[in-house]
Design a protein around this ligand. Sequence first.
Ligand code: GRF
Length: 203
Amino acid sequence: MSILNIGVLASGRGSNLQSIIDACAAGLIPARVAVVISDNPKAYALSRASLAGIPAVHVWPRDFNSREAYEQQIIHTLTAHNAGLVCLAGYMRLVGRELLQAFPGRILNIHPALLPAFPGLHAQEQAWRYGVKYSGCTVHFVDEGMDTGPIIIQAVVPVWEGDTADQLAERILAEEHRIYPEAIRLFATGKLALEGRRVRVKE
Ligand code: GRF
């Protein structure tokens, strides 16, 4: 089986990126991270990439006069590294039409809540404030909405009595690091079939 090249878009600390790099290195996924792109020059994700010997590219949105032009540069970089899959890992921007059309059905995201509950920013805190007894995380295909695409895998995390929002977020993060590589493995091995909104896992 040929190896899948993954392009990762990240804006921050990059712990999910690290879990993907580690899973590839351990041979759990027939793929490799071919390039990491960040819109934030200070993103620790870029350092993680460099430490792993992966090309780390910073693209400033402010250098472009439209989202289309910015995304064209992202597409150019992804294509130059033969990316067959794009993984958003803490990428703090909505994906526009350009990027979606360049990689149809080939962009994944991880969200720290059980979608469709608590989309958007600070999802762990939103869930904790709401008082839910269970939250978790979701890996989904990306569409034009905010955290609205077809769901691939979810993991449930209970909220314990006395939990702080940070403690909950930490336990959710541990599950993110488990299910994101697993979803990528399913994609890379051709086990995912998209049927409307539903993702069938052929395993
Ligand atoms: C994670 O909680 C992820 O679910 C959300 O952004 C956060 C990124 O964390 N989309 P990291 O940069 O992967 O450590």
